[in-house]
Design a protein around this ligand. Structure first.
Ligand code: GDP
Ligand code: IMO
Ligand code: MG
Length: 420
């Protein structure tokens, strides 16, 4: 069997969690391969809203085992909060979850460094979730990081102290008042909890599963427009978020990848700073935010909203090798008489369909195609036939992207889906 990769093609929050939860029973393993608790993947489980941060979105089903791969960064404090909530819902993580020994750890001073770096940037701040993700990946590439496997070493305390000392020196250069010491006790509690879980050589585990013919769903976090190399740099996250990262973040060969499932919202959102050509800073944007409940799952921040941006989607389809598209939140557009899609930009009087090096929103004018709204609250009752207005919208996307849409999500619940 093979690995299917599922990821977001925009700026995150495309509805990955809901779709992974829906697809999970078809797989033997669901594996997260990058990011950390900056992610917030929302699942609706029997009317209860659960937000997963580091734990894969397959945990609510019997069949798949769930793996946190080496490409993920784990904060023991945040992890234990998330795990406690899941255990209170009856999920036995000792059975359902494996952790790669090579995943890196976020320590409390990483969070201070994130805050110090953002404060130093002033107006140019990224709008980070301040979970310490960037500093943790910097220590990984700087070859200073602490890994899950190190939790089993008797030297843990001294390694932790050495790393903390380095961080405190950096924080003093920022003139930043560190108050992370209060988190240390919780960090060590989280560490004890992590030690009680199933820590494995993730790369051997997953390749063994592949050789036994098992099927794997690799769950991406963030979105491709937040990728460290190809996103709207510097307003990006600190990991590669594209399909290639499933290989490095799990230890699987590229030849193991079968389908690449790309998720897009029927419109666009972004949380934090950075370019967003189709952003609507007007009543329509407010209406989208209200209808789509567009507030961050992690930080509660209002998400910036705008129309669907196909130059960005086509860029990320190319980078990821997307083989099928899933459109989410089609129901949110019910409130509009007319909806729009941008399939090209005008930059310096030229029509372009590609993403420029400097994606300054002020230099880019999106060109729009306008479609009639579908104006129905009964999307589920159409017996698999889409209302003709929604069908036109979907066909336009398929024509412009040359990729077929396999599913349309029309509500936050697991079964609110139309299969095409
Ligand atoms: P993720 O980070 O990609 O998993 O997405 P988030 O969970 O951050 O944000 C998606 C939000 O939209 C969550 O609140 C979901 O419950 C919700 N959602 C997902 N799919 C749909 C849909 O088709 N319609 C509506 N109305 N809400 C959806
Ligand atoms: P999911 O997996 C949306 C954004 C932050 C900020 C930038 C850098 O739920 O789709 P970081 O904390 O990584 O240093 O922040 O990236 N960001 C996300 N936006 N969804 C996410 O994850 C995000 N994870 C990070 O808002 O602009
Ligand atoms: Mg999210």
């Amino acid at each position: 069997m093979a690995v299917d990769v599922l990821l977001g093609l925009q700026w995150g929050d495309e509805g990955k969690g809901k779709i992974v939860d829906y697809l999970a029973p078809n797989y033997d393993v669901v594996a997260r391969f990058q990011g950390g608790p900056n992610a917030g993947h929302t699942l609706n489980i029997q009317g209860k809203r659960v937000v997963l941060r580091t734990i894969p979105s397959g945990v609510f089903h019997d069949r798949p085992c769930n793996l946190i791969g080496n490409g993920v960064v784990i904060d023991p404090v945040e992890f234990m909060k998330e795990a406690n909530e899941l255990e209170s819902l009856g999920i036995d993580l000792k059975k359902k979850l494996k952790l790669s020994e090579k995943a890196h750890l976020i320590v409390p001073t990483h969070r201070s460094l994130d805050a110090a770096s953002e404060a130093a940037k002033g107006e140019g701040k990224i709008g980070s979730t301040l979970k310490g993700i960037g500093p943790a990946y910097m220590d990984k590439t700087g070859r200073n990081g602490l890994r899950v496997g190190d939790l089993l070493s008797p030297d843990l305390k001294s390694t932790f102290e050495r790393l903390k000392k380095k961080h405190l020196e950096l924080l003093s250069l920022f003139n930043f008042q560190d108050n992370s010491a209060g988190l240390e006790e919780k960090w060590y509690e989280g560490v004890d909890y992590l030690r009680s879980l199933n820590i494995v050589a993730g790369e051997y585990y997953i390749n063994d599963q592949l050789s036994k013919g098992k099927s794997i769903l690799a769950e991406g976090a963030q979105g491709s427009m937040l990728d460290i190399d190809f996103g709207t740099y510097p307003f990006v996250t600190s990991s590669n978020t594209i399909s290639a990262a499933a290989c490095t973040g799990l230890g699987i060969p590229p030849t193991a990848i079968r389908e690449v499932i790309g998720i897009i919202k029927a419109y666009c959102t972004r949380v934090g700073s950075g370019p967003f050509p189709t952003e609507l800073i007007d009543d329509t944007g407010d209406q989208l935010r209200k209808a789509g409940h567009e507030f961050g799952a992690v930080t509660g921040r209002p998400r910036r909203c705008g129309w669907l941006d196909l130059p960005a989607v086509n860029y990320t389809i190319m980078l990821n090798g997307v083989t099928q598209l899933i459109i989410t939140k089609a129901d949110v557009l019910n409130v509009f008489d007319e909806v729009k899609i941008s399939a090209s930009y005008t930059i310096a009087e030229n029509k372009v369909k590609t993403i420029p090096f400097n994606m300054n929103t002020s230099d880019i004018t999106p060109a729009y195609d306008t479609f009639p709204g579908w104006n129905t609250n009964n999307l589920m009752q159409t017996g698999g036939n889409l209302p003709s207005a929604l069908e036109k919208f979907v066909k336009f996307i398929e024509n412009e992207t040359k990729v077929q849409v396999s599913l349309i999500s029309i509500g936050p619940d697991r079964d609110q889906l139309i299969q095409l």
